[in-house]
Write a protein that binds this ligand. Structure first.
Ligand SMILES: [Zn+2]
Length: 179
C-alpha cells in the first residue's frame, strides 16, 4: 500500500478492496490538488458510494489514521468567493467579516451550507507510484468550489454518524442540544 495507515479503516467495516481504491486514488493525485481533495470527487471517479466515501475521508483524517486533514473553507453568500481556511469548525469566525473579494459583510459560521470541507493529504506515498501517467489522466479536474463535487458542513450536520462526528467538533453538542 501507498498509505499503510489506511488499513485501520478495516476496523470500521470497510472492505479491503475499497480501502485499496482510496489508497491508489490518494497516491495519484496531482500536487496542485493535494490540499483540496473531495470525497465526492473520489466517489465519482472510483465508483464508491458517496456516503461511504465521506465516512472514509473523515475517518482517515482522525489522528489514529492521520493520512488526511480536514480543512474548512467559508464561502461568501454574495459573490461565492472563498474566505480563508480553518483546521476545525470551531475556528470558523462567528462574527461579521468583510469578504476579501466583494467587500460585503457576512458571518461565516452562520451558514453551514456555505462552509466547504476539503481534505489535505498529509503524507507522501511509502512506495513509488505504478503507472502514474496512465492513471493521472483522470485527475485533471480543477477546483471543486460551488459545484456538485463540493462537500459542505451542512451535509455532515444533516447526516451525522460516528465516522464523521469529529469533523463537527463542538458544534455537534450545540446541534444536539438544539434538537
Ligand atoms: Zn464576497
Amino acid at each position: 500500500m501507498y498509505f499503510p495507515q489506511l488499513r485501520r479503516l478495516g476496523s470500521h467495516n470497510i472492505n479491503p478492496l475499497t480501502i485499496n481504491m482510496l489508497d491508489s486514488w490518494l497516491a495519484v493525485q496531482r500536487r496542485a490538488v493535494l490540499k483540496n481533495l473531495s470525497p465526492i470527487r473520489f466517489s465519482l471517479q472510483s465508483n464508491v458510494d458517496t456516503e461511504l466515501a465521506i465516512d472514509m475521508f473523515s475517518l482517515s483524517s482522525e489522528s489514529s489514521i492521520g493520512v488526511l486533514k480536514a480543512i474548512f473553507k467559508p464561502i461568501c453568500p454574495y459573490c461565492s468567493g472563498q474566505n480563508g481556511h480553518y483546521g476545525s469548525l470551531d475556528e470558523v469566525p462567528d462574527v461579521k467579516i468583510e469578504c476579501r473579494h466583494c467587500g460585503d459583510f457576512f458571518v461565516p459560521s452562520s451558514r453551514l451550507d456555505l462552509i466547504e470541507i476539503v481534505f489535505e493529504r498529509c503524507l507522501e506515498p511509502e512506495q513509488p507510484l505504478i503507472d502514474q501517467n496512465a492513471r493521472g489522466q483522470n485527475n485533471n479536474h480543477g477546483g471543486n468550489r460551488g459545484n456538485g463535487e463540493s462537500l459542505r458542513a451542512s451535509d455532515i450536520i444533516n447526516r451525522p454518524n460516528n465516522a464523521r462526528r469529529h469533523l463537527l467538533s463542538k458544534l455537534d453538542s450545540r446541534y444536539e442540544a438544539a434538537q
